[in-house]
Each structure stands twice: as structure tokens, then as C-alpha cells.
Write a protein that binds this ligand. Sequence first.
Ligand code: SAM
Length: 239
Amino acid sequence: ETTRKADDKEEVRSYFNTTGFDRWNRIYGQTDDLNSVQLDIRLGHAQTVEKILEMVKNDGPLEGLKVCDAGCGTGSLSIPLAMEGAIVSASDISSAMVAEAERRAQESINEGSILVRPRFETRDLESLDGKYHTVACVDVLIHYPQEKAAGMIQHLASLAERRLILSFAPKTWYYSVLKRIGELFPGPSKTTRAYLHSEEDVEAALKAAGWVVRRRDMTATKFYFSRLLEAVPAAAGSQ
Ligand code: SAM
């Protein structure tokens, strides 16, 4: 059991550098070589990104704000944030993901739609440091077992000054059943372990770090489920 946990992260890294990269790069891309499950996930994920952009823009312009995108994947959030003028630091445990994010960002730079180049790094999110106005961690908690999730959330909270955006697959009885019967994470995504998280646990971890949830949203398509929380420092939230 202990060895299994120690190997978890290595397994995630290697998955997202190989078969996981191929699968998710296509899902997070624009090509039309997707099956119906993958297409459904692409559309669901795009909705999450759209909701996050709306949430953050709602609070005012992003120009000049330092934003950390932890577990950035192919840059689906980093790139539109940079287009809004945010100073983006993005990182991912997978060097293949990071290289693809850089390639996509370069395209936008060439088109003139990004003025400040996002900084991309291959880095595990536990090793992130610095201070950011906003920290976002989108659909990454799924790779964290329950007992590691709280520590991860608290680490991210320690990097954020004003806003923390987290999305995760919610642990409800319904999704737990779907997961068990293999409906929730069909196909090759099953090759990595997937963890659902209860909203209560996530909120408790935020609370312990001195943060409160200010906005919530949920995206559910047929095969994609993502609970979205925007948290702020407790003092700001109660104003
Ligand atoms: N956040 C991106 C998005 O929404 O487009 C990517 C989501 S993808 C489902 C999960 C990503 O988390 C993968 O790119 C994976 O490499 C990354 N990841 C998993 N564990 C990580 C860790 N410990 N540190 C950094 N990145 C991690």
C-alpha cells in the first residue's frame, strides 16, 4: 500500500508523457479525430475554462496580475489568461504537456494575441513557490488520493494572495457508482487511478488554510464532471 502511494506520482508523470499525452493533447486540441466520449470531455472541459475566465474577469481586468496555473496541461487556461494580459506562470509535471503548451502559446504570440509570454516550466506542483495574485489548479486533483489532497490545497493556498481556483471531480454517491461501474472514466483514462473528492473535504482544507469559498459552479456533461470553486482569504470573503 505504501509503495503504491509512493509510485502514484511517478505513474502520473509517465502517463502524461506518453499515452496520456496523446489522448489529452487531442482532447484539449481542435482536431476532429475524437470519438464521442473524447468529444464530450473536450466540450465539458471547455465549459470549465470558459466559466473560470468569466469568474476572474468579473472581478476586473487581468492586465498585469500574476497568475499561477498549476498542472497547466497544454495551456487551455494559461493561454486565454495571457491573452487577457495576465502575467502567467504555468507548470506541469509532464514535460510533453509543457512543450505542447509552449508551442500553442507561441502560435498566439505569432498571431499577436499574447503580449506577455507565459512562463512555462516542467515542475511538480509541490515544488512551486512564489506569490501570485491568483492560483488556478484545474482538473488536477483527480490525480491526488484523498490523504494527499488537503496538503496540496494548502500548499496552493500559501502561494495565492487573493484568489484560488480549484476544480475537481466531486465525490457524490452518484458519481461513485458511475466510477465503480466504469462509466465515469471510460477508455484509456482508466490507466491512471482517478480520485473523486468530496466538496466538504476540499472546503475543510481551504478553511484550515484561512480561505473561504466565494463562488461555485459545476460542469457536467455525459462523461465530464467538474466542480469549480473560487476561494478567497477568509477576511476578504466576509466583507
Ligand atoms: N489543467 C489543465 C487543463 O485543465 O487543461 C490540465 C488538466 S489534465 C486532466 C491534468 C494535468 O495535471 C496533466 O497535465 C498532468 O500532467 C498534471 N499533473 C498531475 N499531477 C501533477 C503534479 N503533481 N504536479 C503538476 N502537474 C500534475
